[in-house]
Write a protein that binds this ligand. Structure first.
Ligand code: UTP
Length: 226
């Protein structure tokens, strides 16, 4: 069975939850399964993870523990997607690569959060794409692609239709690598994509964009290996 990995932006778990949106998103994952494509979903931690991380950092808690808090929240978010998918989903959230492999064998939609401290769910999703030999990694996020600068700050920022891994690496390594703020795409994710030549696209998180990216449309930004 062909597999695709979809990283779901933590922004879709913003509270109060938009049940209708989550349902439509999950229906699109089920439609993929019906076409013989097994989706593997990686949920981000979002605002709740950042709130917990910020409170605990203010109390002087170490960064590894803060990463673990982010992982816990992303797994809780994964539970929401599993609940919305019902019997189409594998019922547990894999917490290791071995558990992921076992889950994939059942042919259902597998949903997970983070796995290990020190990086974001983007890197988890890249590792999961590598492990599962996925044909595509779709990073569904809260911007419609990669820009020359942060489009929320710089109005003149231009979107890339395509960006190579070297340019993307230089763009993201200027940001700090601390719990809760690994930016649009963390450096580890880029290195994993590079070493295993994983087809990757960054799109605005909507059901249609995700489906279009999987059908091969030129939506968002494509990452090419350099
Ligand atoms: P993310 O930063 O990936 O979630 O995970 P997010 O903020 O929702 O991501 P975007 O906005 O969709 O891109 C939350 C935090 O959990 C920890 C990190 O501290 C991360 O910032 N984490 C997550 C890990 O340490 N390891 C993982 O595998 C995943």
């Amino acid at each position: 069975m062909q597999r695709v990995v979809i990283k779901l932006s933590g922004s879709i778990f913003k509270q109060p939850f938009d049940l209708n949106y989550i349902k439509i998103l999950c229906d699109s994952f089920v439609s993929l399964l019906n076409e013989g494509i097994q989706p593997i979903i990686v949920s981000g931690g979002g605002e709740v993870a950042r709130n917990y991380i910020n409170v605990l950092r203010a109390f002087g808690v170490d960064e590894t523990t803060l990463d673990e808090i982010g992982i816990s929240v992303s797994r809780l978010n994964a539970k929401i997607i599993i609940g919305a998918l019902g019997s189409f989903a594998y019922p547990l959230v894999p917490s290791s690569m071995d558990e992921l492999s076992l889950a994939l064998n059942l042919g259902k939609i597998v949903v997970l959060g983070g796995l290990y401290p020190g990086h974001s769910t983007n890197a988890t999703a890249a590792l999961v794409a590598e492990k599962s030999r996925a044909t595509l990694f779709v990073n569904a996020t809260d911007v419609d692609g990669v820009y020359t600068a942060d489009p929320k700050i710089d109005k003149d920022a231009k979107k890339y239709d395509q960006i190579d891994t070297k340019t993307l690496f230089n763009l993201v390594t200027s940001s700090p690598i601390i719990a809760g703020s690994y930016d649009l795409f963390d450096p580890l994710a880029i290195k994993i994509i590079e070493r295993s030549n994983i087809r990757t696209r960054i799109v605005l998180c909507t059901p249609q964009n995700i489906l279009n990216a999987i059908k091969g449309s030129k939506v968002g930004t494509e990452i090419v290996i350099k």
